[in-house]
Design a protein around this ligand. Structure first.
Ligand code: SAH
Length: 567
């Protein structure tokens, strides 16, 4: 199941059940009927249209309503069995779990998982599955059925009483209720080799092939494809790429991993690029660049190597989810560990139970950055959360400082990415008009990490240079007077009419925006949740509808650039 399931509910009474189901799946969304449901992730106004649209997107669908409503809504679309996503009907209180469609895409597995959460029996009606406990068309993720077209007749023969012989190893088959006999007429063959099935045979390719990259080279993908073809090995059996730790930043290996879609893991530089648990690989093809090892079973690969840890430093934007980039949302979805100031972690939205949270006080930045590297260096996927942009008075800089000061190679080997966000000055400016339309600077008024004299000097020169200024961290309980001093400084160099914007809690429920002038500005009007924008000599304010104002700074500067028709 690749897409996130959509859970559709028609009334408030179903919300609790929907939440229990949502907790079972990563990124599941609860869709509630407009006007009837509060607290859902999304709302919809027409059940049938919504269900059909989601179905056509291929989304797994879980609807908390009568089966008949779902059947009638989807009836016009039911022609192609292969393409159908799982569709389940579930009683409002979770007492009945009915898989309706998607036998090939895992609906019965979903029904079993959901039914378990409510301690009920799923309404499984697939006869093969009922009798044998498994669906031959739907193997576990570590095996691929090579000849699905043969499965229907194969299952009917089994149901008619034929016995089955297993060639190769599979716990899935062994633990099922299939009628296994050494001399069975039907065979299931588990093999990583390309073989054409005989009549009455199903072939599964287990994910048991490990590709060890001894020496990276530019065309790894083609190279490996050629080795596999020469050796008669089936591509679906590829399980993993293993590389030496010293190659963790190698672009050829990364490209190969991306092209093949295979997971990439690393072993210590001295270690062997084969599964530890296999003393003697069944088959080993030594080439100059690549070693191919075939494990006995997919389980032998589970503990092989360790993933490259990732640290992604993200900016949520001002607060409203709409202004968080899709790249940042993707990072949040894949995170195993989240670190950050508690308020920002809460702002990041609902997290899954399996995501570990390390919420700390805002001032412990270096400690937090080091902790993030320790977690990531152990192979975990870590997200460090900032508000706005992570590089603007936020955690990306602390992370860089921590790495710069460290000579720990495992920290430097972490896959480090910085994902930008919309900074407070940009979101505030967009609400006010276009005050940052010409040259501007951003100055933090916090003198925790720099002397006040430097801040005053910067304000002085920015004012002399006639730049628009955005003040972050304008005032705090520990520094109540600095803003007053900054205002004094500005008044010496800017006219009293200079437009000033006070933008507080932008993109959050308590958002407020005021257009005032420098003469009106007083530090009492400002707190730590405010960004203050101070205009240049050209910044203008004019009225807009509903008694509000627009403020902007023109694109041009100086009389010789002023457009002739501009007042
Ligand atoms: N990385 C953040 C800035 C962190 S410094 C960013 O890029 O936006 C914290 C300061 O940013 C606050 O004191 C305030 O001046 C400003 N700020 C952050 N979020 C804000 C918001 N939603 N509304 C107004 N100001 C905000």
């Amino acid at each position: 199941m690749t897409l996130a399931p959509a859970i559709l509910i028609l009334g408030q009474a179903s919300l609790e059940t929907a939440k229990t189901i949502a907790g079972l799946y990563q990124r599941a969304e609860i869709w509630g009927l407009e006007g009837r449901v509060q607290g859902a992730d999304k709302t919809y106004s027409h059940f049938g249209d919504t269900l059909r649209a989601l179905y056509q997107e291929g989304r797994p669908l879980i609807a908390l309503c009568a089966s008949g409503i779902i059947i009638r809504a989807l009836a016009p679309l039911l022609s192609n069995k292969q393409a159908e996503p799982p569709v389940l009907s579930i009683a409002e209180d979770g007492s009945a779990v009915v898989p309706l469609l998607g036998g090939l895409t895992g609906v019965n597995d979903m029904a079993k998982t959901i039914a378990k959460a409510f301690d009920v029996k799923p309404a499984i009606t697939t006869s093969g599955e009922l009798r044998f406990g498994i669906n031959l068309l739907h193997p576990p993720v570590d095996m691929v059925l090579a000849n699905p077209d043969a499965a229907k007749k194969f299952t009917s023969d089994l149901l008619a009483g034929a016995a089955l012989r297993l060639i190769g190893q599979s716990q899935w088959i062994k633990r099922s209720k299939l009628p296994l006999h050494d001399d069975g007429d039907l065979t299931i063959r588990i093999t990583p080799e390309i073989t054409s099935p005989s009549d009455n045979e199903l072939i599964y390719h287990p994910r048991t092939i490990v590709i060890g990259i001894e020496k990276p080279c530019a065309d790894l993908y083609d190279h490996v494809a050629k080795i596999l073809a020469n050796a008669g090995l089936a591509a679906p059996s590829l399980a993993l790429i293993l590389a030496h730790e010293h190659d963790c930043n190698n672009d050829d290996i990364r490209r190969f991993a991306a092209q093949s879609g295979l997971p990439l893991r690393f072993v210590e530089t001295e270690g062997a690029l084969t599964p530890h648990s296999v003393d003697e690989p069944v088959k080993l093809i030594e080439e100059t660049q690549v070693t191919i090892a075939i494990a006995d079973t997919p389980q032998d690969i589970v503990l092989c190597g360790r993933p490259r840890g990732r640290l992604s430093v993200i900016g949520l934007g001002p607060g409203d989810k709409q202004f968080t980039t899709p790249a940042v949302l993707a990072e949040l979805a894949q995170a195993q560990d989240l670190l950050g100031y508690e308020t920002y972690i809460k702002m990041a939205g609902t997290l899954r139970d399996d995501q570990r949270i390390y919420a700390t006080d805002n001032r412990e930045e270096m400690q937090r950055a080091r902790h993030a590297f320790e977690l990531a260096a152990s192979g975990r996927s870590v997200v460090m959360v900032s508000s706005g942009d992570p590089g603007v008075f936020a955690m990306a800089t602390a992370v860089m400082e921590a790495l710069d000061q460290s000579d720990n190679p495992s920290w430097h080997a972490v896959d480090l990415v910085i994902q930008p966000g919309i900074s407070a000055a940009m979101s505030a400016a967009s609400k006010a008009g276009a005050p940052l339309g010409h040259d501007f600077c951003i100055i933090s008024l916090s003198d925790n990490l720099k002397p006040w004299s430097v801040i005053e000097n910067r304000i002085h020169h920015a004012a002399l240079a006639d730049m628009v200024m955005a003040f972050y961290n304008p005032v705090s309980k520990a520094r109540p007077h600095q803003l007053g001093q900054a205002i004094e400084k500005l008044r010496q160099l800017r006219t009293p009419e200079t437009p000033v914007i006070l933008a507080r809690d932008i993109g959050r429920p308590a958002e407020s925006l005021r257009h005032i002038t420098l003469s009106e500005l007083h530090s009492d009007m400002v707190d730590m949740r405010t960004v203050v924008l101070v205009g240049s000599s050209l910044t203008r304010t004019f009225d807009r509808a509903m008694g509000q104002k627009w403020t902007y700074t023109p694109r041009w500067y100086g009389d010789e650039h002023r457009p002739k028709d501009f007042k």
